[in-house]
Ligand binder design. Sequence first.
Ligand SMILES: [Fe+2]
Length: 220
Amino acid sequence: MNAIAEGNYTAKLDLKPERLEGLSEKLIEQHWKLYEGYVDNVNLLRSALEDGLRGGKALSDQFLSEIERRLGFEYNGMVLHEYYFGALAPGLAEPGKSSKLALRFAKDFGTYENWKKRFSDIGKMRGVGWVMAAIDPSFGKLVNFWVSDHEVGHVAGFIPIIAMDMWEHAYILDYGAKADGRAAYIEAYFKNLDWRTIEDRWALADQGKIRPRAAVASLA
Ligand SMILES: [Fe+2]
């Protein structure tokens, strides 16, 4: 077995959500296939780079440039989907007003509801990408921000707590292409957020650890 085969990423099947409310099995199935595509493409690009090293053959500037520029797109496409799928589960109520988790949102946004409204409003903006809620490790502060495509707009070193997929493929099958479909999807997304995982990620962020259970792809 060569070094590449040993280092391939694999889709993390344990993160695949089931029986969600308002997000159909068919939608999740199609979406999951897209995630698998990102995993495959990361492996392909890494393999092309590794082959160049192993063969001792210089890669052309154009080839190297194309691959290196695509890596951020494919890598983030893989990892963000793991944050996304890894925090979806049916039947968990949103944090109650006086819960420890709601108070944490309230610390930086006044109330949990304020945070949720701002996060949702970012998701309703036009464009494809992600809404992120992440911890600024300098102050332990929660920050929402938009990421275009998969890779444009990340803040280096911030620790993601929530990643909401706002590409059309995340909702169009169930909710259509109109703006109100986007809003209905966001509502469904919140009905299925796995708050235990969010809490877990937050606790790890407090400890300065970036690797929540569902966050980072593991090498096979
Ligand atoms: Fe997606």
